[in-house]
Write a protein that binds this ligand. Structure first.
Ligand code: SAH
Length: 354
């Protein structure tokens, strides 16, 4: 079986089309139908001869995944529960904000990082997604838009640690930024990482131009290791060094993310330490007040605590942005995507297509 999205992402579609005894330009047509025209079946590909459409229906497929569930929230956020061919399930999200059409995609089935406040790691990691599976999320979410609308931003902030799967992630992101792919500028594509220095160095070496966001969550190693256990063998300094180097070679301003957890990392001394740590960097600090995860003992800081945290950082010249919550009514907000959550164990016969 020829998996067309994987072939597109790996630049192998022409070769496969030729193996089917077809001229090369058929690859371009196929690609155009799937990526630009957003069709769902071979029958709709009206400029392909009927015999070829039938042949394709036998030997190739557009999707390796199915949509197990599609949820829409009042604020326009939509979440897809995507079923993989081996039965694994992942989630991805479309967010609407003014003119922006941002998608949040997953990179792994589950996550191995074990951040104590995040739902995605609660059941551990099952496997890496393939490049095709990552790109299929983009195309599936694109199909939720009316024909005249385009995806404008991608954040790799769904399930998984993207830099633990960097070799499969990059072909999918290159497809997203390519002119004959989704045409989304690399600066509008964000890789959010717990901070894995060798993989960040790889991005520097490959001269990728994607935007990098580092999930910091604590201003010192003792606290960070408590909240983000993988920090134990890494340490904040190595992450900052790798991130600074990425900034030097890519010219992309860095973002640091900080989930604000009541009484744990939101006190004035934490804000002060954080200000010292980030001082001098042309970086943005993205603060995300904790989104509750059922069963976890953490709390969202009060508005006063959030305000106090912001003021201390701003008074030290740090650029701070609070990320307002979107999609939390349908458990689609940061940290709420979970591999084995009860609501995701819906039977497949309830499946609907976008
Ligand atoms: N593994 C990557 C990407 C996935 S998480 C990373 O660590 O960056 C995307 C962002 O959501 C991260 O900054 C993460 O720390 C944050 N997040 C996770 N759980 C959260 C929660 N319960 N509330 C708010 N933000 C959360």
């Amino acid at each position: 079986m020829i998996d067309l999205v994987e072939q597109i992402v790996q630049h192998q579609l022409e070769a496969s089309v030729q193996e089917l005894g077809q001229p090369k330009f058929r690859a371009k047509q196929l690609r155009d139908w799937i990526v630009q025209q957003r069709v769902d079946s071979f029958e709709e590909m009206t400029n392909l001869p009927k015999a070829l459409r039938e042949k394709l229906a036998e030997s190739a497929r557009i999707w390796t995944t199915t949509i197990a569930k599609h949820t829409t929230a009042d604020d326009g956020t939509e979440k897809l529960l995507v079923q993989l061919q081996d039965g694994g399930r992942i989630e991805c999200v479309l967010l609407r904000d003014g003119e922006r059409r941002t998608i949040c995609i997953s990179s792994q089935v589950g996550c191995a990082m074990g951040c104590v406040f995040c739902a995605s790691g609660l059941d551990g990691v099952d496997r890496n997604l393939t490049s095709g599976e990552i790109a299929e999320q983009m195309l599936r979410l694109q199909m939720l838009l009316p024909a005249g609308e385009r995806l404008s931003h991608i954040v790799v902030m769904g399930m998984g640690e993207p830099l633990a799967n960097v070799d499969r992630l990059l072909p999918a992101l290159n497809f997203a930024s390519a002119e004959d792919g989704l045409g989304i500028s690399a600066r509008r594509i964000t890789i959010s990482t717990v901070g894995l220095p060798p993989a960040i160095d790889k991005l520097s070496k490959l001269d990728t131009r994607f935007h990098l966001a580092v999930s910091l969550h604590a201003p010192n190693d003792e606290l960070r290791t408590q909240i983000v256990p993988v920090n134990k063998n890494i340490g904040i300094q190595k992450i900052l060094d790798a991130a600074d180097h990425y900034f030097d070679v890519s010219g992309r301003r860095l973002t640091f993310e900080y989930v604000l957890l009541s009484e744990l990392n939101d006190r004035p001394e934490h804000a002060l330490q954080l200000a010292r740590l980030l001082k001098g960097r042309p970086a943005l600090l993205n603060v995300i007040p904790y989104n509750p995860v059922p069963g976890l003992p953490y709390a969202t800081p009060t508005v006063q605590a959030q305000q106090r945290f912001r003021e201390i950082l701003e008074s030290h010249g740090i650029t701070v942005k609070f990320r307002h919550r979107k999609g939390d009514k349908i458990n689609a907000a940061c940290g709420q995507l979970r591999r084995l959550s009860k609501e995701n164990l819906v039977p497949l016969d309830g499946a609907i297509s976008p």
